[in-house]
Ligand binder design. Structure first.
Ligand code: GDP
Length: 445
């Protein structure tokens, strides 16, 4: 499902993730494409617009600047925004069918998959919830539809109300209610008649049935492939008969997945289930996280990205720990640490995370150690030659003057940096011997 939408989004994000650093322009250009992809997938304009705005706000905030690979971060932000839109106000609660016999009204246009879905859901309620279910078709215009439900009932082992010729939909509904009460059923499902288009007669009939049985749930079945139309149908049905939820069918097809995105935002009604095929067990509960993953066409990319990131950082930390344990801690290593500190929210946050660093933290605070200082120190290191960085002991007076001038700073500042480097190198060496270094590095990564 969602092939079209996910393919488009997938290629947008591919381009993003392949780039190293990400500029706000990159993000904006990508989001323009996301917007086009959404509209082409038949997501309604206001929904697409709100969505892009939400992503843009998050993407231009600190989340991206702090992330190691901004492209992946954007994917995650888009994913989370999708989940938000799909979820609406919280997850849909379970079907209210705990008051036997509970009436469950199934409504929708002809051909939407209503009868199939009625049977699928009946099977699910029987198999998973242990409910005794009775199904009845109210489609008096189409005897074939009544027979279809009967056949499906036999197939899945769910009772159907015996067909009595000449009854009106309302009469059938009342008989179903009576039968459900007498027969000790937990749930009775009414498969109402469909029409090709919404019309007054149909709505009147559904209203009369609704008033007679007071359904606990009224589920609208819509064809997920029809995109924006599905949303319009839902809006109309909700206005006329009041629905408590939506079932999107044919989500196994590769059509426009936009209906799922717009549905919740436009109608305010939760998607309860999605139909994923013609078979009787091809019905899933709607889960925003899973659907968002499918829309992005990346399955569990978000989890994968997080995992990959972790592994990478662990490997890095272990490599560094090995170096430090051998007493190898040069200016490049220090620069790596300083960069990392900046990324981790500065000196204070970092020190707090490292065991045995309490003393140094106090000293750092006393020395007015802050992010500006981190940046100055990085500038000093950048101003050193390759050789000097690899071997800070080379730093004699003339070199010091050159390096400090190159960074636009005083030699005193450089001396502070060199002193700090020596202290850190000593400490790293000590910690490395006990294996504490590895621990500390893992924590700060
Ligand atoms: P109704 O007129 O609304 O009752 O529609 P039906 O239940 O008779 O379904 C019409 C056709 O759609 C049937 O061939 C079903 O097998 C098929 N159908 C229903 N739901 C799905 C679905 O989720 N996926 C696919 N691929 N086909 C479905």
């Amino acid at each position: 499902m969602f092939e079209n939408l996910s393919e488009r989004l997938g290629s947008v994000f591919d381009r993003l993730t392949k780039q190293g650093a990400l500029t706000p322009d990159d993000v904006r250009a990508a989001l323009r494409e996301v917007r086009v992809a959404l509209l082409e997938a038949d997501v309604s304009l206001p929904v697409a617009r709100d969505f892009i705005k939400a992503v843009e706000e998050k993407a231009t905030g600190q989340a991206v600047t702090k992330s190691v690979t901004p492209g992946q971060q954007v994917v995650k932000i888009v994913h989370d925004a999708l989940v938000d839109v799909l979820k609406g106000e919280g997850e849909p609660e379970a079907l209210k069918i705990d008051n036997p016999p509970s009436a469950l009204l199934m409504v929708g246009l002809q051909g939407s998959g209503k009868t199939t879905t009625t049977a699928k859901l009946a099977k699910r309620l029987k198999d998973r919830n242990g409910k005794r279910v009775l199904m009845a078709s109210l489609d008096t215009n189409r005897p074939a539809a009544m027979e279809q439900l009967q056949i499906l009932g036999l197939q899945i082992g769910v009772d159907t109300l015996p067909i009595v010729k000449g009854e009106t939909a309302l009469q059938i509904a009342k008989r179903a209610k009576q039968q459900a009460t007498l027969g000790g059923y937990d749930v009775y499902m009414l498969d109402t008649a469909g029409r090709l288009h919404i019309d007054e007669v149909l709505m009147d009939e559904v209203q009369a049935v609704r008033d007679a049985v007071a359904p606990r749930e009224t589920l609208l079945v819509v064809d997920g492939l029809t995109g924006q139309d599905a949303v319009n149908v839902a809006t109309e049905f909700d206005g006329k008969v009041g629905i408590t939820g939506v079932v999107l069918t044919r989500m196994d097809g590769d059509g426009r997945g936009g209906a799922a995105l717009s549905m919740r935002a436009v109608t305010g009604k939760p998607i309860r289930f999605v139909g994923l095929g013609e078979k009787m067990d091809a019905l899933e509960t709607f889960e925003a996280e899973r659907v968002a993953g499918r829309i992005l066409g990346m399955g569990d990319i978000v989890a994968l990205v997080e995992k990959a990131q972790e592994t990478l950082e662990l490997e890095q930390a272990e490599r560094m720990a090995k170096r430090f344990a051998k007493g190898l801690f040069n200016m490049n290593d220090l620069k790596g640490q300083l960069d990392q500190m900046l990324k981790m929210g500065g000196m204070q946050g970092l020190m707090g995370m490292m065991p045995g660093m309490g003393k140094m933290q106090k000293a750092a605070e006393a020395a007015g150690f802050d992010d500006r200082m981190l940046r100055r120190q990085i500038a000093l290191i950048n101003s050193m030659t390759k050789k000097e960085r690899a071997n800070p002991d080379l730093m004699q007076a003339s070199r010091k003057r050159r390096v400090a001038a190159g960074a636009g700073l005083d030699v005193a500042e450089l001396n502070k940096l060199l002193k700090m480097h020596r202290q850190m190198a000593d400490m790293m060496k000590k910690m490395g011997k006990g294996g504490a270094m590895k621990q500390a590095l893992k924590q700060m990564m």
